[in-house]
Ligand binder design. Structure first.
Ligand SMILES: *[C@@H]1O[C@H](CO)[C@@H](O)[C@H](O)[C@H]1NC(C)=O
Ligand SMILES: *[C@@H]1O[C@H](CO)[C@@H](O)[C@H](O)[C@H]1NC(C)=O
Ligand SMILES: *[C@@H]1O[C@H](CO)[C@@H](O)[C@H](O)[C@H]1NC(C)=O
Ligand SMILES: *[C@@H]1O[C@H](CO)[C@@H](O)[C@H](O)[C@H]1NC(C)=O
Length: 470
């Protein structure tokens, strides 16, 4: 329901038919952001539920220049108190956030049209949300780039499948034993096996579970170079580490199952906040948080059609808070937002890309963040061989299943540890998935570390939960 939901939120009366689009159709890059933008900010107020469909007349115009790597420079600031330097980050291929003038600004890039007609326009935005750092004064804003750093791109139409391919994706998955044998014959690092439950899913369901069609990011950042300071700090870390057994204690909340909803981003986000609350309170706060409340009510994500941890564990948890599972149980489908006024809300702060901005991440920074602050949300590219993972240290074999159509996706999961295989010396990450406890190594998997395997070292996200008051 990506479109239905977003457009409903934006106040358009017609509820569009749900289309096979994950996330928003925006498909923009770091280079698209560079240059000078002008933003018109509407009248502010203390209502954070504000509807930004029609932001109203601008009361302030600000001009901001975005430059490498994450510097936002205010050129003119309308009525706001002037401070020149700020910060910006791209948010995947979807939007951007910048922090200047003691305010945060977030917007999705603009797109027009629906479904097959969708076009991504990277020099404009959909109306976005701005608030002061304390979250007291909220306003809507619009904006456009007035001076690109490089030649602007033409608007790009979304890429779509033929109808025959669409129909094929609606059929049920069928186990292909030959493919599994091939995987096991090609390598010995990990073992592939049969998951009979996949046969109850369509190909599309399996793709959605792994992050959703089109969740794949065409321009994933490469891991950032490691500074000398980081290298020295990382050299002091233990050889292996696992938040499930730190001096005999487990700080990781139980494995869950997202079913066929594309809500991995919400499970990874809740998993991080749950684990970090346990770490912060020495296991005295062992809550389970609600991924469904985000799926049904979240403004910064697209329900079962996808979303991103930076915007959920981070921005949504800071701006709106998250609720307990008991108060908003998981449904595994898109549904309208229920009244949550009786639910207690928990918040997070200091959300960030590991490395400081989108593109600043690497293995050593992830290890340091993990040991210091707790598990974090990571994303990686899922190929169809991964669906058959039963145990061992995963690395993509390059093999594809010729009979079951699958598309490479971007799947959000929770990093909980790292180590090294005692026999082979192979380095790995330990990661919590959201495909149930009987999947993989009791719901977890290990994946090769240090090589940016399936891009797992490129966009880790961290946030600090605020312990609940008793
Ligand atoms: C902001 O810019 C818009 C578009 O250029 C203009 O119409 C409006 O008068 C400006 N408002 C202020 C308060 O400067
Ligand atoms: C795309 O545009 C064409 C021509 O305007 C229209 O007939 C068609 O219904 C549109 N398709 C979608 C999915 O909106
Ligand atoms: C996004 O753009 C890239 C090229 O910049 C293209 O390869 C990719 O298919 C596009 N993705 C979508 C979903 O349109
Ligand atoms: C944390 O909890 C464990 C187990 O309950 C306890 O043994 C330990 O002393 C606690 N640590 C601190 C710093 O309170």
């Amino acid at each position: 329901m990506a479109w239905g939901k977003l457009w409903t939120f934006c106040g358009v009366a017609v509820l569009l038919v749900p289309l096979a689009v994950a996330d928003t159709p925006a498909n923009c890059t770091y280079a698209d952001m560079l240059g000078t933008w002008v933003f018109s900010v509407s009248q502010g107020g203390n209502d954070k539920t504000l509807d930004c469909t029609d932001p109203g007349p601008a009361t302030n115009n600000i001009t901001v220049q975005f430059s490498h790597f994450s510097t936002a420079t205010v050129m003119s600031s309308g009525g706001y108190t002037f401070d020149v330097n700020g910060y910006w980050t791209l948010i995947y291929n979807q939007g951007f956030e910048f922090r200047v003038l003691n305010r945060k600004f977030f917007a999705f890039f603009k797109w027009t049209g629906e479904g097959k007609n969708a076009t991504s326009m990277c020099n404009e935005i959909m109306p976005g949300w701005s608030h002061d750092v304390l979250g007291k004064d909220w306003a809507c804003f619009q904006g456009m780039r007035i001076k690109p750093e490089q030649k602007p791109r033409q608007p790009t139409p979304a890429v779509y499948h033929s109808e025959a391919k669409e129909r094929r994706l609606q059929q049920n998955y069928k186990t292909n034993l030959d493919f599994i044998d091939q995987i096991n014959g090609a390598q010995s690092s990990w073992q592939a096996g049969v998951y009979p439950e996949y046969e109850k899913f369509t190909h599309e369901d399996l793709i959605r579970r792994a992050g959703g069609k089109k969740s794949r990011l065409p321009h994933r950042p490469r891991p950032a170079p490691v500074t000398e300071e980081t290298r020295l700090a990382a050299a002091q870390l233990p050889e292996s580490f696992d938040w499930r057994k730190v001096m005999g204690l487990n700080f990781v909340s139980p494995v869950r199952n997202q079913e066929q909803c594309g809500s991995c981003y919400s499970f990874a986000s809740m998993g991080m906040l749950e684990a970090r609350l346990r770490v912060l309170t020495n296991n005295t706060q062992q809550v389970v948080l609600s991924p469904q409340e985000v799926v049904s009510c979240g403004k910064y994500s697209q329900g079962c059609e996808g979303g991103f941890p930076y915007l959920i564990a981070g921005k949504y948890a800071e701006d709106f808070g998250v609720v307990l599972e008991d108060c908003y149980p998981y449904e595994g489908k898109d549904s309208s937002c229920k009244d949550t006024s009786k639910c207690r809300r928990g918040y997070a702060t200091n959300y960030r890309y590991v490395g400081g901005f989108y593109g600043g991440c690497n293995e050593e920074l992830m290890q340091l963040e993990l040991v210091k602050n707790g598990p974090m949300a990571v994303a990686f590219e899922v190929y169809d061989d991964f669906l058959h993972y039963k145990g061992g240290i995963y690395e993509h074999t390059g093999l594809r299943d010729p009979f079951n159509p699958f598309e490479i996706t971007n799947h959000a999961v929770l990093l909980v540890g790292y180590g090294r295989d005692l026999e082979t010396g192979a380095k790995f990450w330990t990661v919590k998935n959201s495909w149930g406890e009987s999947w993989g190594e009791e719901g977890f998997f290990r994946i090769r570390r240090g090589m940016d395997e399936c891009a797992i070292e490129s966009i880790a996200v961290a946030a600090d939960p605020i312990p609940l008051m008793s």
